[in-house]
Design a protein around this ligand. Structure first.
Ligand code: C2E
Ligand code: MG
Ligand code: MG
Ligand code: MG
Length: 281
């Protein structure tokens, strides 16, 4: 009986594995065609200057308008894209599209001059031509480099070889700003911050979201803020959802914030309307 049960268990497991594998394969095939079929879109979430309450710029976030599955979030397809190397064409598309859109907004809103930040994964950063791709995207959009920021995580710095370091140097020389995303969730954030001089530090949402309810997390945020200041880095708090966190982060003189409190990520048209409305917090 036990044996039969074990066997049954295995079959369930095999079936689940099989379904998973088939799904992944399907996703990969679909994703390969997504760029050609124009199914990718960028959504834009505002970054708010906490002192003035005004929109400083947007983070560009990738979405996939899948013909059957509907609007898919990056959590569902970025891992597959990274495993298969498809993140390279996808990421290149995102860079070009974000620059194009930003350039259009700068023409439309010359007084506001919004900025845009684009996420770049470790796989992209390992490509020796990333700097060329970025500079080419700026050039074809007629966009000045200082309006573009690149968001990287610790894993980019962890896995990086000489080529990645050259990319970082070359782009920083051009006034492109680098932002350390999800700060505090990695393994050895501190040593990386000293080794690689990045411009902006983004406090991970997990700390920001718990700081109101737990003193411990408020203290962690305070420590990160002090660290960023001592390294001359600008600070962004991500995942802000409540007025309480807004008040507290203003008290701590955190420069910028991002989160559902201000806005969800919006399609380009809605983001343009938000800019036009001059809404502030
Ligand atoms: P991330 O760069 O840390 O982006 C922040 C994520 O938090 C976004 O999820 C955003 O929609 C979500 N978020 C923003 N405000 C709030 C809030 O107040 N509460 C909560 N609960 N969530 C909030 P999204 O758009 O699903 O993106 C997930 C991740 O996918 C990103 O994390 C980034 O690592 C990756 N990603 C997105 N677009 C790209 C891209 O173009 N290229 C690459 N390589 N990665 C991307
Ligand atoms: Mg990001
Ligand atoms: Mg983040
Ligand atoms: Mg995050």
């Amino acid at each position: 009986r036990a044996k039969a049960q074990r066997k049954g268990h295995c079959q369930v497991f095999d079936t689940a594995m099989h379904t998973f594998a088939v799904n992944q394969l399907r996703l990969e095939t679909d994703l390969r065609r997504a760029v050609e079929r124009d199914e990718l879109a960028l959504y834009y979430q505002p970054l708010v200057n906490l002192a003035s309450g005004e929109i400083d710029g947007f983070e560009a976030l990738l979405r996939w308008r899948h013909p059957e599955r509907g609007l898919m979030s990056p959590a569902e397809f970025i891992p597959v894209a990274e495993d298969t190397g498809l993140i390279v064409p996808l990421g290149n598309w995102a860079l070009r599209e974000a620059c194009r859109q930003l350039s259009a907004w700068q023409v439309q809103f010359p007084a506001l001059r919004p900025k845009v930040s684009v996420n770049v994964s470790a796989v992209q950063f390992a490509q020796p031509d990333l700097a060329d791709v970025v500079l080419q995207a700026l050039a074809s959009a007629h966009l000045e480099a200082r309006y573009l920021k690149l968001e990287i995580t610790e894993s980019v710095l962890m896995d990086s070889g000489d080529a990645a370091m050259q990319t970082l140097d070359r782009l920083q020389d051009q006034q492109i700003k680098f932002l350390m995303d999800d700060f505090g969730t990695g393994y050895s954030s501190l040593s990386y911050l000293h080794r690689f001089p990045l411009d902006i530090l983004k406090i991970d949402a997990s700390f920001v979201q718990k700081m109101e309810k737990e003193a411990k997390h408020d203290e962690i945020v305070q420590a990160i803020v002090a660290l960023a200041r001592s390294l001359n880095m600008e600070i962004v708090a991500e995942g802000m959802e409540t007025l309480g966190t807004l008040a507290r982060l203003r008290e701590l003189k955190v420069g910028f914030g991002q989160g559902y409190l201000f806005s969800q990520p919006l399609d380009a048209e809605a983001a343009g309307r938000l800019l036009a409305s001059r809404r502030h917090w």
